[in-house]
Write a protein that binds this ligand. Structure first.
Ligand code: C2O
Ligand code: CU
Ligand code: CU
Length: 512
């Protein structure tokens, strides 16, 4: 396409993927690594107010240092530092959270006003807070269109009638959440229960939350979010940023004692997958995933976390006194772990539990309905991504999935694209049944389902309760789910935030 034809007033061809005009960038690999200690979040527990357990969280603009040698970066947070408070609550003890939006009225990242629900006739800064993994009523779930602007607040009720798990909270405002999350609106939320207590897992300073993400920065240390280069449609389909952050710092370090630790790992990136390993072939012992503890621990040298997935892992440093190791993703170091020469206290002997919490597998025969959800990506003639859809439908089209309250269904995600999509469902927890490769050409052109391999059961560390599942390309990924909780309108979507915004997100309605 040449520029002249564009200026002649002919219908303009959108250029979604052309690189935006880049400011001089910070090259984070040139920064000295491991100079900042790993920040840990403040733990916030509910306090009684008018007889109700309450937490108050305010969203605010902050300036925080992502690295010793980088000037402060403007960000948005659910607290006064980069790392939002970690909310800790007990299973079965309902809480209210008052979410207060004290953000400025203007956004500082590039809004795409052509996206659905993102017009110029509404306040520019809008927030909706979703507690990812929480079983809540629809009105408290952070429905994307149920946003509130700067200067307003919202109190939501969380019954927490669910098992101990690593949840998290993040923005979900229609058309903006990828930018709001990129700006920093995310935090961890832990639910504890008696089963977890009885395991006597490493706790307090031996239990470390790790929030992993990536960001691009301009040379002066400010957040940079790329655009397509088309001012009318700045949306980009996904990206992997240059800087890798853990808990708000670029490649920090953590000093540990030579004993067993528990790490609560969460991928809060917009679109990056983390493929985690430890140097010197040390392994993780995974004891939990998205929706809580596994039935049995799984020893594994690698962990793959798509956006929104969680892993609850134990790492044993007891034989590593005086050593240094790294948590890595692919070939890049994320975090240095420096093991002290001696333990300050004699750590109580601890053996990793083999069986943790009974999990009954839901038999396929329990399902009364199977829904097929196709995943599509539409490209322009230059092979640039234009839009991604579920069942060829946009978000704003009428609800088509209406499961009955307390019924069990199988949802099969038929991935017709060339990417892995982490599919997430609100309200519910599910179990992964299997994944099976099929021929996408036959499916699309001849409307024929032809499998090209046998069904593969989930990995051992995927056998627990999940709320987000990796759906690889040319594969049908099946999950089984019981629609427990509440009737009402919820949603399911790809958790690559760029995909979700345009338009890989659909409502579903649980009917009583
Ligand atoms: Cu992490 Cu729709 O959510
Ligand atoms: Cu969610
Ligand atoms: Cu996706």
């Amino acid at each position: 396409m040449n520029m002249a034809s564009m200026q002649m007033g002919q219908p303009k061809i959108p250029v979604p993927n052309a690189p935006g005009s880049k400011a001089p960038m910070l090259h984070t690999l040139e920064l000295t690594p491991f100079v900042d200690p790993l920040p840990l979040p403040t733990i916030v527990r509910p306090t009684l107010r008018n007889g109700r357990r309450t937490v108050t969280v305010s969203m605010q603009e902050i300036h925080a240092k992502v690295h010793r040698d980088v000037p402060p970066t403007r960000m948005w947070s659910y607290g006064s530092s980069t790392l939002a408070p970690l909310i800790e609550a007990r299973s079965g003890e309902a809480i209210d959270i008052e979410w207060i939006n004290t953000l400025p009225a203007k956004h500082f990242l590039p809004i795409d006003h052509s996206l659905h629900g993102c017009g110029t006739n509404i306040p520019e800064v809008r927030t909706a807070v979703h507690v990812h993994g929480a079983k809540t009523r629809s009105k408290d779930d952070g429905y994307p269109e149920d946003w509130f602007p700067s200067g307003k607040s919202r109190t939501c009720h969380y019954p927490l009638e669910q098992e101990a798990a690593t949840l998290w909270y993040h923005d979900h405002a229609m058309g903006l959440n990828r930018l709001n999350t990129y700006a920093g609106l995310f935090g961890m939320f832990l639910i504890r229960d008696q089963v977890e207590d009885s395991l006597h897992l490493p706790s307090d300073k031996h239990e470390i939350p790790l929030l992993l993400y990536d960001r691009d920065f301009t040379a002066d240390g400010q957040l940079f979010y790329d655009t397509s280069g088309d001012p009318e449609h700045p949306w980009i389909p996904e990206f992997s940023a240059d800087g890798l952050l853990v808990n708000g710092k670029i490649r920090p370090y953590l000093e540990v004692e030579p004993r067993l630790y528990r790490f609560r790992i969460l991928n809060v990136a917009n679109s990056r997958f983390f493929n985690l390993t430890l140097t010197s072939n040390h392994s993780f012992t995974q004891i939990g995933s998205d929706q809580g503890l596994l039935a049995a621990s799984v020893k594994t040298p690698r962990l793959s976390l798509a956006p929104a997935e969680r892993a609850d892992v134990l790492i044993d440093f007891s034989q590593l006194a005086g050593e240094t190791l790294h948590l890595r993703t692919a070939a890049e170091d994320l975090l240095r772990l420096r093991v002290a020469k001696q333990s300050p206290s004699t750590a109580p002997g601890f053996s990793i539990p083999k069986t943790i919490r009974p999990i009954e597998r839901i038999p396929e025969s329990a399902a009364t309905n199977t829904r097929t959800i196709t995943l599509h990506e539409y490209k322009d003639k230059y092979a640039r991504s234009m839009v991604m859809l579920l069942n060829r439908k946009h978000w704003h089209e009428p609800v088509t999935e209406m499961p009955k309250l307390n019924s069990t269904e199988i949802w099969e995600f038929v991935n017709l694209t060339e990417d892995t999509h982490p599919m997430h469902m609100h309200l519910v927890r599910f179990q992964i049944l299997d994944r099976r490769s099929f021929d996408t050409t036959d499916y699309l052109l001849n409307k024929k389902l032809r499998f090209t391999a046998d069904a593969i059961p989930p990995d051992a560390n995927e056998l627990g309760w999940k709320d987000t599942v990796q759906c690889p390309e040319s594969v049908i990924t099946r999950v089984i789910v019981r629609f427990e909780g509440f009737p009402g309108k919820y949603l399911y979507h790809c958790h690559i935030l760029e995909h979700e915004a345009n338009d890989m997100m659909r409502p579903f309605e649980v009917v009583a």
